[in-house]
Design a protein around this ligand. Structure first.
Ligand code: F6P
Length: 328
């Protein structure tokens, strides 16, 4: 039997992503629409432990749909990894009469929520917010589309210099464990090669392929490298290996870094965040707990935390084939 929910709380945790504010706004407004009270928690689980709460009504989230980052701030909490920390967090929720939680973040956020849910009676729903798009069970995570557009815009600019100076650019994009950003932005920006954590093509094959495109008449090249790519220790080592090969290229390295996490969310991310934020509160009212709300084939789905975090999302191998063909 699910308990009656009168008051909920919402937080953002882990790396920020564009559209998190749109998701908070949707949670707060569906709470008001459904006759629930809603608190915001600052700095994710850390704020839950340190009692850093704020009451949020529908007007408190005005002018947030278009803002990047998260106005509730975010953190990766070490204290929440301890039982004592989680107990303190639960006591703070109870003291404020909070009956249920919505957590917006990535796999680390859901792992924390899943452990918390097994120890304490606090229905919790996850909303996938990360630029990495690496959460199993949802086609898209909030922030991914905006990040892709940021990367493609940056590479378009880099291409101007690459072609003006006949250079080879290695562009590092985010993605410690997942190649989604690299693969999709690489295709979108017309990269010659895309290096992803899921596939180690090896330095020899990379050089061979760049050489082939040189011989075919290309005078400049762009290689998109995911942060977690396995060739060499890092992108500088890849650059050094190419420079010391027989390839006649001046090699430049650009690390896009946190520029990918910022900026106003795309319309796609705003709509996705609005749908998932509303779905999270709906799920709580249906008596659900320890699930993530996601999107699959355009429809809202509910995915157990275990499925979202313990099963690796499968990379679309057809994209690899497309990338190979269109870079010929
Ligand atoms: O998980 C999101 C992400 O942006 C990853 O792509 C990246 O590896 C990591 O966060 C960087 O984290 P931080 O901002 O803590 O350095």
């Amino acid at each position: 039997m699910s308990k009656t929910i009168k008051k909920i709380a919402v937080l953002t945790s882990g790396g920020d992503s564009p559209g998190m504010n749109s998701a908070i706004r949707a949670v707060v407004r569906n709470a008001a629409f459904s006759g629930l009270q809603c608190d915001g928690i600052y700095r994710g689980y850390q704020g839950m432990i340190e009692n850093d709460f704020i009451e949020l009504g529908p007007r408190d989230v005005k002018n947030t749909i278009n803002r990047g980052g998260t106005f509730l701030k975010s953190a990766r909490s070490k204290d929440f990894m301890t039982y004592e920390g989680r107990k303190k967090a639960f006591d703070n929720l109870k003291a404020r009469n909070i009956d249920a939680l919505v957590v917006i973040g990535g796999d680390g956020t859901f792992t924390g929520a899943s452990i918390f849910g097994k120890e304490f009676d606090m229905p919790t729903i996850g909303v996938p917010g990360t630029i990495d798009n690496d959460i199993n069970g949802t086609d898209y995570t909030i922030g991914y589309d905006t990040a892709l557009n940021t990367v493609v815009e940056a590479i378009d600019k880099i291409r101007d210099t690459a072609s003006s100076h006949d250079r080879l650019f290695l562009v590092e994009v985010m993605g410690r464990d997942a190649g989604d950003i690299a693969l999709n932005s690489g295709i979108g920006a017309g990269a010659e090669e895309i290096l992803i954590p899921e596939e180690n093509m090896g330095i020899e094959r990379l050089i061979e392929s760049l050489n082939k495109s040189r011989v075919s008449g290309k005078t400049s090249s762009i290689v998109v490298v995911a942060e977690g790519d396995q060739i060499g220790k890092n992108i500088t080592e890849v650059a050094e290996a190419i420079e010391s090969s027989s390839l006649d290229y001046e090699v430049k390295v650009t690390v896009l870094g946190h520029i990918q996490r910022g900026g106003s969310p795309s319309c796609f991310d705003r709509v996705l965040a609005s749908r998932l934020g509303v779905a999270a509160v709906d799920a709580l009212l249906e008596g659900k707990s320890e699930i993530m709300v996601g999107i699959s084939h355009k429809k809202i789905v509910q995915v157990p935390f275990e499925t979202a975090i313990n099963i690796k999302k499968i990379l679309d191998t057809d994209l690899l084939r497309v990338a190979d063909i269109v870079s010929t």
